[in-house]
Ligand binder design. Sequence first.
Ligand SMILES: C[S@@+](CC[C@H](N)C(=O)[O-])C[C@H]1O[C@@H](n2cnc3c(N)ncnc32)[C@H](O)[C@@H]1O
Length: 220
Amino acid sequence: MRFVDKYQPFLYPLIARTIFREVSKRIETVLDVGSGPGYLSVEMAARPPIKVQAIDINPTMLALAAKRADQRGFRSQIVFDTADVHQLPYKSNTFDLVVSYSCLHHWHDIPTALSECVRVLRPGGTLYIIDSYPDPQAVSFFKRMIPEPELARFAVQALEESLEPETIRAFVKNLETQNFEVADFVFDEEDMLEIIEHIQDSPFEEAPPNTISWKLVATK
Ligand SMILES: C[S@@+](CC[C@H](N)C(=O)[O-])C[C@H]1O[C@@H](n2cnc3c(N)ncnc32)[C@H](O)[C@@H]1O
């Protein structure tokens, strides 16, 4: 079984659950920045009345995302736009939640991209960004865990390009937010047990050495 096929059914429902558990406000509109093939967009659209706007700079990714949304029966709840996070084509104060998973390490001007994300959030809305720690132990973990060379190369490159949380904190200080935290992104144990029971096949062959991801959570 391919690495993504094994981990995707467990990882993205857990990410969505974790976000909604922590952002305990009513959410109707979500912007998924750098949606890629739409794993997280679809998990979010599976929670009515949520409508998801999924953006990616790469239209091929959005075509895959649209196919996934069709297959899961949530196509009408997601709108796909080819767009760059540095220049979002949306009005200010639009979304209840702006999420982004494993994308920030691609952004060439992080302060501009972050202020765009905050601009399109409605007042009181939440920015929730997750990316990896540039941790050498995590790099060797992924090299061991991912059998497909190209996928392993992408995962390792993502970790190597990742930023330290201190750098993110420095960027966020200048944003127009009421409060923010940059911390480890960890799953709730109950959520993990429930998801694993649901997919009936634990994907854990080996636990990661450390927490692999950080989260930036900010309220506008
Ligand atoms: C590592 S993938 C993660 C995709 C998705 N979030 C997931 O978890 O499967 C990063 C995605 O960010 C997109 N991306 C990179 N730079 C971007 C930018 N400036 N604006 C929007 N999307 C971008 C890429 O095209 C790619 O699909």
